[in-house]
Design a protein around this ligand. Structure first.
Ligand SMILES: NC(=O)c1ccc[n+]([C@@H]2O[C@H](COP(=O)([O-])OP(=O)(O)OC[C@H]3O[C@@H](n4cnc5c(N)ncnc54)[C@H](O)[C@@H]3O)[C@@H](O)[C@H]2O)c1
Ligand SMILES: O=c1ccn([C@@H]2O[C@H](COP(=O)(O)OP(=O)(O)O[C@H]3O[C@H](CO)[C@@H](O)[C@H](O)[C@H]3O)[C@@H](O)[C@H]2O)c(=O)[nH]1
Length: 442
């Protein structure tokens, strides 16, 4: 099939590359000429495991191309995906300007039947707005062309995006139109071999399913983070509690890790947007208000602990391992590391940080500053620092040389925002250790 994908970010590019890899001819359209030039030169503008080889293979095979020419994009695809950003506005609602701009572009250029698919995460009612925007453009051209608007939210996780797309748990297709559903089933057939993963439903249910999934996962994390703080007070260990409850199949082990708070481009924004949707319909989502508040509190937790331990961070240097909001990505959107670093700087402290892939993205955000040094190894971050904080659970941090860390730090202490180590082992190596929700020793 001929497919067009508007938006060449994490979702658009992964969607495009995976659809091309099973034989479709996919054209990616983006408004960012630099991004398109990078892609045309065979490079991915961000770090995502497995994407580079897909891009190169499918571009060479003539199944994947990139353009800023929207008219060409509209002409190309029988199915057109909208995979542009939906960032939060001041009031927490999702900003639909990019989605609706693409809808208008499609209306301005289409000349035959199209299935228009919202892949961006959009609030209930957006497919109807896309339909209206498109209809208005067609009316202005005095054309009555057929089209269907389908909701097809994406559930991939950064760092595992290609794998998630290739082997989806489910493929949600929101439509009330049999012809559009049939096209979507054809498109997803190659990802659907062992059992039917396509779940057809009405459009509002599809749109709400996406927010419900993210809000449920964020709720589990905030619940575990609050429980971790309680565990410390009562002398329990959150890791034991996690194993104890996760073994109940009604609860399960996924997304039960206490830590430095959830970040990324999705959970914080989507929880906010769902709260906002609730407000618009007179339905207060009290659980989600609490989930958000608990997360804000949790993101400050490492700073509170470090300040309490040192007395003050003024004039101190904190070594930081991990910058990205999670491992295997260079994405810094809403990363807990940012909250920690900004709090340290505001209090007059300095940061020496290392991350295996996110240092370039971080440098672009913060630029040159006297109180910030990016270094090229975990050990170098500790050189001359007072204490070490860990914010991202990169594999490279999982088995460090504690004796070496002790020798490098002025006040040997580890504040572990991801519970990577056995507290007893770190303390036996002569370092002060604080995880999140770990039993206090001695
Ligand atoms: N990142 C994720 O893990 C993830 C997962 C599932 C769903 N989502 C949702 O998918 C959507 C996209 O997220 P993302 O992380 O890929 O965003 P992103 O910011 O990485 O990429 C968005 C791209 O859209 C482009 N764009 C903006 N306006 C355009 C237009 N008119 N025409 C063509 N391109 C345009 C931008 O230049 C940018 O390259 C969001 O709604 C997000 O919530 C994201
Ligand atoms: O037990 C856990 C699991 C995750 N996190 C944190 O939660 C955040 C989000 O992690 P993750 O969900 O793995 O990453 P995303 O790439 O943001 O993916 C989420 O958001 C996407 C965008 O909507 C969805 O498509 C995915 O299904 C959903 O998992 C990160 O800061 C993690 O550190 C925890 O603190 N504890």
């Amino acid at each position: 099939m001929n497919i067009t994908v508007f938006g060449s970010g994490y979702v658009g590019l992964v969607t495009a590359a995976c659809l091309a890899d099973v034989g479709n001819r996919v054209l990616c359209v983006d408004v960012d000429p630099e991004k398109i030039a990078t892609l045309k030169a065979g490079h991915c503008p961000f770090y995502e495991p497995g994407i580079d080889s897909l891009l190169v293979r499918n571009a060479k095979g003539g199944r994947l191309d990139f353009t800023t020419d929207a008219a060409r994009g509209v002409a190309h695809g029988e199915i057109i995906f909208i995979a542009v950003g939906t960032p939060p506005q001041e009031d927490g609602s999702a900003d639909l300007q990019y989605v609706l701009a693409v809808a208008r572009t499609i209306g301005q250029h289409m000349a035959d039947y199209k299935v228009v698919c919202t892949k961006s995460t959009v609030p209930v009612g957006t497919a109807a707005k896309v339909r209206e925007a498109l209809a208005a453009e067609l009316a202005a051209r005095r054309l009555a062309l057929p089209y269907d608007v389908v909701s097809n939210p994406e559930f991939l996780k950064e760092g595992a995006a290609v794998e998630d797309f290739m082997r989806p748990d489910r493929i949600i297709v929101g439509t009330d139109n049999a012809r559009a559903l049939d096209k979507m089933r054809q498109l997803y057939a190659p990802f659907n071999r062992n059992h039917d993963r396509v779940m057809a439903m009405d459009v509002p249910s599809a749109e709400l399913t996406k927010y419900a999934a993210n809000a449920m996962l964020a709720t589990r994390i905030s619940f575990m983070n609050e429980l971790a703080l309680l565990a410390e007070q009562v002398g329990a260990d959150i890791e034991s509690v996690r194993r104890g409850i996760g073994s109940d199949p009604r609860i399960g082990f996924h997304f039960l890790y206490a830590g430095a708070g959830y970040g990324g481009s999705c959970f914080p924004k989507d929880v906010k947007a769902l709260i906002r949707t609730g407000g618009e319909h007179g339905q207060s989502l009290q659980v989600l208000h609490a989930v958000e508040a608990a997360n804000e509190h949790q993101k400050q937790e490492l700073f509170r602990r470090i300040s309490a331990y040192l007395g003050s961070v003024k004039g101190r240097t904190i070594a930081l391992w991990g910058l990205a909001f999670k491992p295997n990505t260079d994405d810094m959107r809403e990363a807990p590391s940012r909250v920690l670093m900004e709090a340290i700087w505001a209090a007059g402290g300095k940061v020496r940080a290392f991350d295996p892939v996110a240092m370039e993205t971080t440098a672009k955000i913060y630029g040159e500053r006297a109180d910030f040094t990016l270094v090229d190894s975990p050990e170098a971050a500790c050189e001359g620092a007072d204490v070490l904080a860990i914010v991202t659970e990169w594999s490279a941090f999982k088995a460090p040389d504690f004796a070496r860390i002790k020798a490098l730090l002025k006040t040997p202490a580890i504040f572990d925002g991801r519970n990577l180590y056995d507290p007893a082992a770190v303390q036996a190596a002569g370092l002060h250790y604080q995880g999140i929700g770990r039993a206090r020793l001695g």
